[in-house]
Ligand binder design. Sequence first.
Ligand SMILES: [Zn+2]
Ligand SMILES: [Zn+2]
Length: 278
Amino acid sequence: MRVKVWGCRGSLPASGPENNTYGGNTSCIQVTQGDTCIILDGGSGILRLGKFLSPEIKEIHVLLTHLHMDHTMGLGFFIPLYNPNIKVHLYGPSTSNEPLVNRLRRYFSPPLFPVRLSELPSHPIIHELNKSEFSIGEVTIQSEFICHPGPTLGYRIMSGKSVFAYLPDHELQMGASNFPNYPEWTSGYEIAKSADLLFHDAAYTSKEYMTKIGWGHSSVRDAIAFGKMCGVKKLALFHHEPTRSDEQLEYMLKESTQHLKLDFEVELCAEGTVYEFE
Ligand SMILES: [Zn+2]
Ligand SMILES: [Zn+2]
């Protein structure tokens, strides 16, 4: 299994020379296993992904965690959606009050976007997900609702013995009664436990989080405590604040980890990074 980062910025694209190391594109991850092509979220990073996609690929599975703009804004610019010879599946969270297809139509319609969902030449196939487990090729996927405003899924992607957990937008303090105690009562635990690699929301410093409770994101300190609780092998901090420069991100990581003795790796997720698993 190969995991490539095409975007790891949170909330708003933030390109600029001060952000070259970690990148400015919003959430988009490509998971490849043999012929299977899975894309996690349709943030602005999906434009470049589409541009560099192998012409051999004829079927693509795009799994959206939720429909906030930073995770969907790239969809209309995803080149395979305009190719009738490519089969595109779009997955996203179900809700009790409105079908996913209707919620996607809001983005794919004026005044937000000139092309309607029904006019896309690839005619994407829509799949609604709840808490579920399913397979795409040799890859098994578990989805589960996690704590974030509006219906939001976390994904656990398994191939062979390797596990990659994806929780880009997740508020740990609101998803547990006494975080970081009681793993089984903590939102996202089943998705991330014993993962080889975890991408987790780490938008804020602990101080910033105190003024942003309920906004749906976690502090670096909480993301690290969650990684420890889940027994992950590697944690890549995700959903970087659009206002934060490379230098500030590195300072934040240093500040948060310098006094900790951790038995797993913690790093800043960076656009362009590739992780390979057996
Ligand atoms: Zn987000
Ligand atoms: Zn969100």
